[in-house]
Design a protein around this ligand. Structure first.
Ligand code: 48H
Length: 261
């Protein structure tokens, strides 16, 4: 007596292709595309999806979460400063108080719950997909992203010419972390100038990142560590409250802009 239901190789293959095609079809024109599935990008995507916005996360790795899996120095403990611990409550992530206003939680727990929350909210996920370029419209407004399979960048030279595809969107959010890769594409074209992130200063940096999260260029919102790179703000090291609140701020700005259109 077999344990599993009867199926076949062709049915399994068709099921996978059908799921992928359905997603690609749905998200070929998204309202918002979030590039980078780290903590800031996932919060932004979750918040927007909860408001009914069609939002797609593009992630070059096969896993989401970015730097949120581990705290500093490859140790699992994540630190969060008040008031961002309220977001842990919202996501039902258990944490402890280390000292007044400073909270700790295991990275694997926090990260997996945030990923699940973004998926459950309805955000589309396209992983193993690397951001390659922007779509530019009138007056250099960002109108989407050009992407390719992540492994394409590592193909041997003789087969390096594999054209990418594009996804249109009303807004793009750069959540690519320290590299700020979407912003850097605009810099390559002389449309923006980025000073790069500054030296560490936890006390100043977290407020500054949240305050500057938002529109960096027409059609482009920046969140998370990419905000520090874009505006030359100090880095905050292995503490993540501002990444969560920055994602939230970015989603609020995006939602307001979508409503105005
Ligand atoms: C698709 C891409 C591409 C690409 C990158 O680094 P992240 O965790 O980013 P944030 O900003 O949400 O969080 C930063 C935090 O993790 C951190 O490092 C802190 C707080 N550091 C402080 C300090 O002082 O150093 O996630 C970015 C995500 C990752 O998943 C990347 O794989 C992804 O973006 N990504 N996805 N196409 N070209 N580039």
């Amino acid at each position: 007596m077999a344990i599993f239901a009867k199926s076949s190789e062709k049915a399994v293959t068709r099921a996978i292709i059908a799921g992928f095609t359905k997603d690609m079809e749905r998200f070929a024109d998204s309202e918002v595309i979030v590039v980078g599935g780290g903590p800031s990008g996932l919060v932004a995507a979750r918040d927007l999806a909860l408001k009914g916005v069609k939002v797609l996360v593009i992630e070059r790795n096969n896993y989401l979460g970015g730097g949120f899996w581990v705290g500093g120095y490859l140790m699992n403990t994540i630190t969060i400063r008040a008031p961002a611990h309220k977001m842990l409550d919202e996501l039902d992530i258990k944490y402890e108080q280390f000292e007044k206003g400073l909270y700790v939680t295991p990275g694997p727990l926090a990260c997996s719950k945030l990923i699940a929350a973004a998926c459950e909210a309805g955000a589309g996920i396209l992983n193993m997909t690397a951001f390659d370029d922007v779509v530019l419209r009138e007056k250099s407004r960002v109108g989407g992203v050009v992407v390719n399979w992540t492994p394409v960048a590592n193909l041997p030279k003789p087969i390096s010419c594999v054209d990418p595809i594009a996804f249109e969107s009303k807004l793009v959010i750069d959540a690519t972390g320290h590299d700020a890769l979407v912003v850097k594409k605009l810099e390559e074209r002389g449309l923006i100038k980025t000073p790069g992130f500054g030296a560490m200063w936890i006390e100043k940096s977290e407020d500054a990142v949240v305050e500057r999260s938002g529109l960096a260029h027409p059609g482009l919102i920046v969140v998370g560590m990419a905000v520090s790179t874009t505006f030359g703000l100090p880095r905050m090291g292995p503490t993540f409250g501002s990444m969560l609140l920055s994602g939230r701020r970015g989603a609020e700005v995006a939602y307001k802009l979508l409503k105005k259109r």
